[in-house]
Ligand binder design. Structure first.
Ligand code: SF4
Ligand code: SF4
Length: 346
């Protein structure tokens, strides 16, 4: 937990402009736009918005090594109430059926429970991207009960079912706390077949390689988590580490940046293009600015010209069919079986 954020350690890569410049300087075999066009599906356009993803801030009780948000206890950014209201108004007055709440640790937001309650009252499906350890802190001890009472889908990060790998990526003691939280969720019915309460787990590789087959890994995880800890879950999502923020810093520090990017480019899979999450997601930053996805948000790559740029002016009609802002990092979503906030896409 003592890992420093890029901002706090004064790394040049704390600046998204520097991250984009570093990726742009790499000599890659093809551009992302060129790769998509070669499939006959370019330029990449959004379809209708069906998911509103609110990033309510960068504060987190953890400071994981690979965090694409550069989140941590020292980050002050928190979505102000007027932006929260604008997001909920957009949700309530549109046909967008899913609210995906992320951060940082979204539960740290002072209005987190109001956000969930209002979205559920409007009949929307709500996802909480939970780091698990938050539920073991005394002030958040009733979080699982609150989420269960509102039928919130929980998507929880756990890089590995082995303690050493998880702690290496997320901090000492995180694995043990995560298992304690998973057991509490299970006791409420989360991840238990027939309960109606969904608990999905997310794993991402601990090093500079692509995730294995989601189906095969899910079978391993189901067996091992049940055998070792008596823990059950609904689905396992595999996510490719995006070459941005703290993972980009790791790639630079370990001398793996060019090799990793070459691997992503070589593994470009045309079958992933139609299912890319930017095609149906609208991402809102803590300050209300709009992005095509959470990764673009962290690179400060806003929605492109001629589309709404803040949630205050957003309408689904104006956002449908918009051109998506892309860059070399996008190869992280199209490599192998593909990667999104919902796991493999290919
Ligand atoms: S990866 Fe998630 S839990 Fe870890 S620091 Fe980032 S936001 Fe927090
Ligand atoms: S990084 Fe974002 S914009 Fe790029 S392909 Fe992935 S989801 Fe789409």
């Amino acid at each position: 937990m003592a890992l420093l954020t890029l901002l706090n350690s004064r790394s040049p890569l704390a600046d998204p402009v520097e991250q984009r410049a570093m990726l742009a300087r790499l000599a890659l075999a093809r551009t992302f736009g060129g790769a998509v066009s070669a499939t006959g599906r370019g330029p990449l356009l959004a379809s209708d918005v069906s998911v509103l993803q609110m990033n309510v801030g960068k504060r987190c009780n953890q400071a994981c090594r690979h965090c694409h948000v550069d989140a941590g206890p020292d980050r002050p950014e928190v979505m102000p109430p007027e932006v929260v209201n604008a997001c909920l108004r957009f949700l309530e007055t549109s046909r967008v059926d899913t609210l995906d709440v992320t951060g940082g640790a979204p539960e740290l937001h002072p209005l987190f429970r109001d956000i969930v309650t209002r979205a559920r009252a409007a009949g929307r499906h709500v996802i909480d991207r939970c780091n698990l350890t938050i539920a073991t802190l005394p002030s958040y001890a009733d979080l699982p009960e609150f989420l269960a009472a509102h039928q919130v889908e929980v998507i929880a990060s756990l890089p590995s079912f082995a303690a050493r790998q998880t702690d290496a990526q997320r901090g000492a003691g995180v694995f043990e706390s995560s298992i304690a939280a998973l057991r509490r969720f299970n006791r409420l019915g989360y991840g238990v077949e027939g309960s109606g309460l969904t608990l999905n787990l997310v794993t991402n590789p601990v090093g500079a390689f692509l995730p294995g087959s989601q189906q095969a890994l899910e079978a391993d995880w189901r067996r091992e988590l049940a055998r070792r800890y008596g823990v059950t879950f609904s689905r396992l999502f595999t996510i490719t580490n995006m070459p941005i923020s703290r993972y980009l810093q790791y790639l630079v520090d370990s001398g793996n940046l060019q090799g990793y990017m070459d691997r992503l480019v070589t593994a470009f899979n045309p079958a992933t293009v139609d299912g890319l999450m930017c095609r149906f997601t609208l991402s809102v930053g803590w300050d209300g600015r709009l992005y095509d996805c959470d990764f673009n948000q962290m690179l400060d790559l806003g929605t492109r010209a001629a589309t709404p740029h803040t949630i205050f002016e957003a309408t689904t009609a104006a956002l449908a069919g918009r051109p998506i802002a892309t860059g070399p990092h996008c190869f992280g979503c199209t490599a192998g079986n593909g990667s999104s906030c919902g796991g493999a896409v290919g």
